[in-house]
Design a protein around this ligand. Structure first.
Ligand code: CTP
Length: 397
């Protein structure tokens, strides 16, 4: 963990007494650790011990008489923030955007991944509001490190005990390892719809939002890849420093951009909903409403996945999507073969919560070696992780 920058946020919970040991192990492993505490946490563990271990003052207050501490820059400085122990109270504040102390202000302005190790008594752990807060925090993209079963501060035995210090160290190590899994790889990703112009003011399009492709781009970037995101017209965008976005409008411009970028990439993931047909002619003036019936002559667009499948070399991995409404599995397997892809991700429009516009998706993945796996309905962020994991396993990366 040499040179890694870690913020440890301690809140008011008995488990705080274990944090000096956690900090000691992280520092020993080479990390630069900055400790922050909520004012309540001071009652559970000594800031002096922690500042001695980290050789940095522990940050508790936003300002004293003379100085104001810059929570924004600290949130950008860190590679990871680990809030441990995270009390029921702090979880509730985080889930609802409250920021009445330095740690919460840093959380709210952080750009790095946030990992949370809750600690509380069993009844609080099982309370529906805690469950809802944890769900909300997961939805925001935070990672929850599950509490464990064991002896609690109340003397009761049950769920709610903070993960052991050794587990937390392993978790942080795993995080940094995963972060560099795709280092050195360049990945081409298409996302969003395409708009095929009919005249200067009208187009043929579809309801794709680009959410799935952007989630995959973020996940690849988070794991250290250099990502080229070829994005159709959508109001969404990706903003990870490892992602370069190429905005395109129609199938032809998406095709050209992909053809230019694919040779330098080791992986291609085609998640865009590309129009299959485009008007043969685009009217130069707005078409007037004259006749009762009106037809537009269309011609096939170039199939990007198919083309990249025909030019890919043995070291490139190509992933396609299949959006189907009938005989889904067979159609997906056929597309895998016909387009010479390595992996195909099937969405069925018959699954509720899956497909265009939703925050969730339900997929089945196939690879060219006969692998098939159906996943549960998950957030698109989680589905993106499954897809990237599959690519890593397939490519033995
Ligand atoms: N695709 C592409 N270029 C196109 C059309 C599709 O790259 N012009 C890609 C999609 O990004 C997806 C895969 O091909 O990865 C399958 O897309 P899908 O719309 O499910 O299938 P089509 O090949 O268009 O066939 P059909 O519409 O007949 O099901």
């Amino acid at each position: 963990m040499t040179g890694k920058k870690i913020i440890i946020g301690i809140t008011g919970s008995i488990a705080a007494y274990k944090i000096p040991q956690l900090v000691r192990l992280l520092v020993k492993a080479g990390a630069e650790v900055q400790v922050m505490m909520t004012p309540n946490a001071k009652d559970f563990v000594s800031p002096l011990v922690l500042s001695t271990l980290t050789r940095k003052p522990v940050m508790i207050e936003m300002f004293d008489e003379n100085t104001w501490s810059n929570h924004v820059m600290l949130g950008r400085w860190a590679d990871i923030i680990l809030i441990a122990p995270a009390s029921c109270n702090t979880l509730a504040k985080m889930a609802n955007g409250l920021c009445d102390n330095f740690l919460l202000a840093t959380y709210m302005s952080a750009t790095c991944p946030i990992h949370i190790a809750p600690a509380m008594d069993e009844d609080m752990w099982h309370h529906p509001s805690t469950k809802a807060n944890l769900q909300k925090l997961t939805y925001f993209g935070n990672v929850i490190i599950e509490s464990q079963f064991g002896e609690l501060a109340s003397g009761l035995i049950g769920m709610g005990r903070m993960a052991e210090v050794e587990d937390l160290v392993q978790h942080v190590q795993g995080f940094f390892l995963q972060n560099s899994q795709l280092a050195g790889k360049e990945i081409l990703i298409t996302a969003g719809p395409t708009y095929e112009n009919i005249d200067p003011v009208r187009f043929i399009g579809n309801h794709s939002s680009g959410k799935m492709g952007i989630a995959i781009a973020n996940e690849c970037a988070r794991r250290g890849a250099k990502v080229h995101l070829v994005l159709g017209p959508t109001h969404l965008s990706a903003n990870h420093k490892n992602i370069t976005t190429y905005k395109v409008t129609n199938a032809q411009s998406m095709f050209e951009q992909c053809v230019a970028l694919f040779p330098q990439c080791q992986i291609g993931i085609m998640s865009a909903a590309v129009a299959d047909y485009t008007p043969i002619e685009v009217a130069t003036e707005k078409i007037k409403k004259k006749t009762e019936a009106f037809a537009i002559a269309l011609t096939k667009t170039k199939d990007i996945l198919n083309h990249l499948g025909s030019i890919k070399n043995a070291n490139q991995i190509l992933v396609g999507f299949a959006l189907e409404s009938v005989d889904e599995k067979n159609n997906a397997k056929e597309k895998l073969k016909a387009k010479n892809a390595d992996i195909i991700v099937l969405n069925s429009v018959r699954d509720t919560g899956a497909g265009f516009g939703h925050d969730t998706n339900k997929v089945t993945m196939f690879d060219k070696n006969g692998y098939e796996e159906t996943f549960d309905l998950k957030t698109k962020v989680e589905v993106a992780k499954d897809i990237v994991n599959k690519i890593i396993i397939f490519g033995k990366i």
